[in-house]
Design a protein around this ligand. Structure first.
Ligand code: ATP
Ligand code: HSE
Length: 325
């Protein structure tokens, strides 16, 4: 579950009076997600026809100072045709509020469901949507450093220290070995851009084979553009536990992205390394959360070893297979 901050319905109703959004009809905590508290709100709507909103209260990893970057980015992408949720301004034009002692925003609700077992057609649609996002991001003036870049991975690994081996014997040594490999091989000169950086299936809303929304931009930042494709690849092309690789999804994502945006030869050549970095990034955040979240906490911890298996796969994979032809 992810409702860390509980807000009484009366307080949400009072909060809504700042907006042109109607009165609260229902407020339901959303179980999915691990980072922030999210509520699905139903209101009477400004026109009395009923309306849905997402109410997000920002918790541990989102820095309030970054919210204007995310807001401006979603405005920029939305204005260029990307299906992304806008932050809604109150009647004074204010988008960032405080609620339940947390920074809070009212956000546009997008329809669609996130798939758990993507078909190749859905994977292709995701690749196209990511390519279109990167096209639309061109010209966006905002910049945000990726706190989870290679330096960030080193810092996180140091914080996990000896505790890695509580998760699996030898994990600490394997992480150290991979960090050393990436230090020696991480590409320096690939094109950079604003990237989503967390485009997992649960952050892509779909109806059938159509993408209806891209959500959860709270890791978006400026980094190597093709690294975003590597993050998406690592999330979409394996079974959840990382034990099974689905080459048909990978080919579909690669073809969709290449059709919508294009990939340079240098990006293709560096792709296996970028995938190893992506796998290590999620291994590390999951390992850190695993070590620092009590086993009986209400939030479900995500398995770090599912990303160790991906990392091991990428380390041995035939580079030609990763993106198909
Ligand atoms: N704009 C939106 N429109 C519709 N549903 C949304 C929207 N934003 C969030 N949701 C729903 O809320 C859930 C959690 O949202 P989100 O992924 O942003 O949370 P999070 O805590 O940041 O999660 P994560 O663990 O993926 O980082 C989503 O899976 C989706 O079901
Ligand atoms: N998508 C991340 C969690 C949110 O960043 C993961 O599955 O580890």
């Amino acid at each position: 579950m992810a409702v860390y901050t509980h807000v009484p319905a009366e307080e949400i109703d009072a909060f809504l009076t700042r907006y042109d959004a109607g009165r609260l009809v229902s407020a339901k905590g959303i179980a999915e997600g691990v980072e922030n508290s999210n509520y699905l709100l139903e209101t009477t709507g400004a026109d009395g026809n009923g309306h849905r909103y997402i109410l997000t209260l920002y918790e541990k990893r989102v820095d309030e100072a970054d919210l204007p970057f995310f807001m401006d980015l979603l405005d920029h992408l939305g204005a260029r045709g990307c299906l992304v949720p806008r932050f809604i301004a109150d009647t004074d034009g204010k988008r960032l509020q405080q609620l339940g002692g947390r920074p809070a925003c009212l956000i546009e609700f997008l329809t669609g469901i996130s798939v758990t077992e993507p078909t190749p057609a859905q994977a292709r649609a995701c690749g196209v949507a990511l390519g279109e996002l990167h096209r639309a991001a061109q010209g966006f003036a905002g910049e945000r450093r990726n706190a989870l870049d290679k330096d960030g991975w080193h810092a996180l690994a140091a914080r996990c220290g000896d505790d890695f081996d509580q998760i699996a014997p030898g994990l600490g040594a394997r992480v150290a070995e991979e960090l050393a490999f990436l230090d020696a091989h991480w590409p320096a000169d690939l094109p950079r851009s604003v990237i989503h950086a967390d485009l997992f299936p649960d952050n892509v809303l779909m109806l059938g084979d159509e993408v209806t929304g891209l959500i959860d931009f709270y890791f978006s930042c400026t980094d190597i553009r093709a690294y975003d494709l590597a993050v998406t690849h690592s999330a979409w092309c394996f079974s959840n536990d990382g034990a099974t690789w689905y080459g048909d999804r990978a080919t579909a994502i690669g073809q969709g992205y290449a059709a919508a945006h294009g990939l340079t030869d240098a990006e293709r050549a560096a792709f296996p390394i970028l995938c190893r970095g992506a796998a290590l990034r999620f291994l590390l955040t999951r390992a850190y959360d695993w070590i620092n979240t009590p086993a009986d906490a209400l939030v479900t911890r995500k398995d770090p070893l599912a990303y160790l298996r991906r990392m091991d796969f990428y380390a041995k994979a035939d580079p030609a297979e990763l993106l198909g032809a």
